[in-house]
Design a protein around this ligand. Sequence first.
Ligand code: ADP
Ligand code: MG
Ligand code: MG
Length: 883
Amino acid sequence: TKWVYTFGDGAAEGRAGDRNLLGGKGANLAEMCSLGLPVPPGFTITTEVCNAFYANGRTYPDGLQTELSEALNHIGRITGRVFGDPEKLLLVSVRSGARASMPGMMDTVLNLGLNDVTVEALAADSGDARFAYDSYRRFIQMYSDVVMGLEHEVFEEILQEEKARLGHELDTELSAAEWQEVIALYKAKVEEELGKPFPQDPKEQLWGAIGAVFSSWMNHRAITYRRLHDIPESWGTAVNVQAMVFGNMGDTSATGVAFTRNPSTGEKALYGEFLVNAQGEDVVAGIRTPQNITEAARVAAGSDRPSLQKLMPEAFASFTKISEQLEKHYRDMQDLEFTIERGKLWMLQTRSGKRTAKAALKIAVDMAAEGLITTDEAVTRIDPASLDQLLHPTIDPKAERHIIATGLPASPGAATGEIVFSSNEAEEMRAIGKKVILVRIETSPEDIHGMHAAEGILTTRGGMTSHAAVVARGMGKPCVSGAGSLRVDYKAGTLTAMGKTFHKGDVITIDGGNGQVLKGAVPMLQPELSGDFASIMEWADKIRRMKVRANAETPADARMARSFGAEGIGLCRTEHMFFEDDRILAMREMILADTENGRRAALAKLLPMQRSDFVELFEIMAGLPVTIRLLDPPLHEFLPKTDHEIAEVASAMGVSPDKLRQRTDLLHEFNPMLGHRGCRLAISYPEIAEMQARAIFEAAVEAGKQTGNPVVPEIMVPLVGLVKELDYVKASIDAVAKSVMEETGVKVEYLTGTMIELPRAAIRAHMIAETAEFFSFGTNDLTQTTFGISRDDAASFLETYRQKGIIDQDPFVSLDVEGVGELVRIGAEKGRSTRPSLKLGICGEHGGDPASIHFCEEVGLDYVSCSPFRVPIARLAAAQAAV
Ligand code: ADP
Ligand code: MG
Ligand code: MG
């Protein structure tokens, strides 16, 4: 095995494609060298060394030592220097570099090779003693910190004291002699703290730094980062050793970072910052305020400090040229690091730059227009999940804001609602049609249902990665977290801010874009769906094969779904229509009636309401398919609970409250999720399904007349496990269809199908498809029934499972492709074997999850259906899956 790859002087042993072996930084340094760009020579120790290091009890593989000496000679030949030789001093940087950029890894060590002797040589060599001692003290600081584990602050303290004593403000004001004093103090401190002197042998320093990079792969920070970002441990990190160039060699030297386009707006303009007479991360460290690279940016920022363009025009010209070349070469916006040593430009890093969702869209669309990438590629450049940031209402910039607190902008979008302090309250209020903001000190997995029910979430504790923040982002709900100045008193039901107290039911607005909490309702702007967003969507729509529908039952949701490009409704949950005010009463009468006649009487009240719902929905969805699921949940969900509710229903039915209570007790179930629900209701009480079917067909006739463009209702029977269940229900649907068509004289096209949400249904799909004209995979229930876990109770142990590495992902968020997915695959194949024209779709949370959508494409489903806000995400993900 070859362990070390060299680069420098217009050539390299590696290439950009060798990312897995050389890490991102190393592969791109090699590529830049091959392009003939000015890159200080160096070499990369491969990720395979990292893996060998851990496989063999933290020892290095045979042959590494020899290869490394040769690689040092390679640098020496190009630079005319020798590592460790004070006569021809060669200093290096040691830089970590994994495949994916990883903030948890070891920090870079610069100026390695300096010691008490070589620092004199550097002073003589450069003719600048101040520079030499500045470099040495930086090295002691960095090396002691990252290799020997001595806190950075220890040195900062010494430096602060010295600066105070000497009357200096800035580091750049210290003289050579003063730096020498600082160095003496640093070294004494190292010896005092660690009981051994600072290492003077350059070889020892080098191996120390290399060992520190490899060891940092397993440090706590790195492990956590990998877990959060699904980076496998087996990837390992590479180590880059590279000849130093100096941005701190006086006023003709500088160091900086830049993006080839603006990473927040996407505007096509070089964007970056630099510092004169500085080194390494001074620019990002915030010790001195950096300057703008271009004149245009300087003017725009209103800065009176000169731009690089003005200060070092030649270096600027070559940098501009190189940045354009790199962008063309990589065909993507680049994030660049560079250093100028006495007027000469050196490139130290290039990589694809991180950008906001908005910038990503603009850059992709612009690059397609410039012919740099194809429109197909532009579509693949956008992370579907990132669209979430762009799809939410935002507060009108012109609106007045009464800010009561500011927390962290944990999940984008703005939301207004009444304050509630518990998840149960949130759900109850939602059930009666109220919009609420869930206010908690912090949230836990038990709050998922409340977060679902709320418009937005506000917490007083927790950061950007707190439970509330992570879950809210997953749900696409606005969230402000860690608003520490707010006091929540659960007992009193109050929220206190700046001496003002808010109660449950008071209206507030949160702005998840900037973390503000505002008093009252504030005017909102609807998301901007034109421009670059529209272009990408249009291109995506040309590529994708699968249709995208929405899960919606209210006219508002249906309209939003249409505006987001939904091509129909994939799931209309009729029970949601029964929770509203006067309906719940009729619904309760129906459930609690103990005779068929009683039920029919109550159903007769519900029919017109249900029909008018469907008319409105069908008008909005004119000409498109609408899948309507017959009543699904266990009946007791609708039961009256409080005495007041019981009295109300009792009087409406003309029975005594006691009798009613007996009847509700009878309906109690021990395990409702597996109880009397789904098609089991339609079989016990056929009149319910008949009423629903009648409402659907009558509405189809009426809406068809009004719009001239009838929908094709797809009537979906839930929770079917046996084909006979479906046969039974379908017979009554067909009978109702026939009579409505006879009564109205209008022919209605419709389909009858089922949800596949029980393992038995998937396994017997070839039988079910004898009757069903479509399948919709109800992957929420299918996940519950396949795993045998209840979604409402799983949160408490699934998180433990994740932490213990038993599962990687919550199967309710991203489809368990191996298990649940296998059932989907079986169901699809068997179903189509009986009925080749069988329409296949998926509803449930997974329909809006990009990874799950990829799977749906693979299995060849006809459409995915998801919540309205996720429709654009699904359109894009479906396109990417089809590329
Ligand atoms: P990170 O991965 O944190 O960006 P880098 O390895 O890129 O760390 O190093 C950080 C900075 O150190 C670079 O941006 C550059 O300014 C400086 N640096 C690294 N290697 C050298 C070098 N050989 N010569 C001069 N500066 C260097
Ligand atoms: Mg860093
Ligand atoms: Mg870097």
